[in-house]
Design a protein around this ligand. Sequence first.
Ligand code: CP
Ligand code: NVA
Length: 311
Amino acid sequence: MSTMKKRDFLKLSDLSRAEAREVLAMATTLKSEPKGSRVALLAGRAVAVVLEKASTRTRASFEIGIAQLGAHPVVLETQGSQIGRGEPMRDTALVLEGYCDAIVHRTGATSRLLDMAQAKVPVINALSDDGHPIQVLCDVFTIEEAFARAGDSKGIAGRRIAFVGDCSSNMARSFVEAAVLFDFHLVLAGPAAYMPPKAELDAAGSHVSIEHDPIKAVAGCSVINTDVWTSMGQEAENAKRLAAFKGWTVDGAMLARAPTEAIVLHCLPAHRGEEIAGEVIDGPRSRVWDQAENRLHVQKALLCFLLGAKL
Ligand code: CP
Ligand code: NVA
């Protein structure tokens, strides 16, 4: 039996900067190779993917990526498993640890994620109410890849990056953590009532600034991110949120105030005409399809890292 302490990825700061760099470098290697050429890496292993919220990209990219590494993916959704009938998450964790080598978990409250993390195998946060760290780790890869392709290999450190719209969202909150981990400056641009908790802003210090004027939101920013105004679980607030975020659509006029090299990201799913205009998400500055593809490569790298599989 391995004496290595298990490693979770519940938030970005569960990785050191050097470890995050190692994962991104592994992802570059994996992306450069035929997708199915590494089935020996996790042969004979199994990974559970537990989804308590809807998913397209997370489910498909993890399930396929796990298989491409030679491991067996098992997807459990709320409906159709005993989770939907109220079985405690800790009980689910203690059962799954006996079957599999890692657990990928999408949930709501962080307490459920922490219950799952009581399993003795690594647990990856695949979105919770407080963060979407796996998406943002993948987004850092996409940002560096996009600029490198354009001949700018400076990386993400030192860049000015905007998150526009719901800055209280799980996505924005993981971007706050990423600003510290990868040493860039994040502009949180949105209404004052929709900002991250103060403690998270305080922890990020000068890596983060706040902008409440949409006209100034993206000035000097080489990356513009946005996300839905109503996240999963907030559907009852939809009308209130539509009103609160009026004027914060990432559209052509907003993009025109950014540097000409600026790229646009959205983790998807998107609502064209709300947080992002169709002309932007389907336009030349958008990197959203690369962003979606890169989920596959970076997640495979993270699984290998957490399970100690060397490329
Ligand atoms: N971006 C993202 O996590 O997409 P899904 O909700 O489809 O998994
Ligand atoms: N903030 C969004 C992200 C979806 C991937 C949500 O939680 O619904």
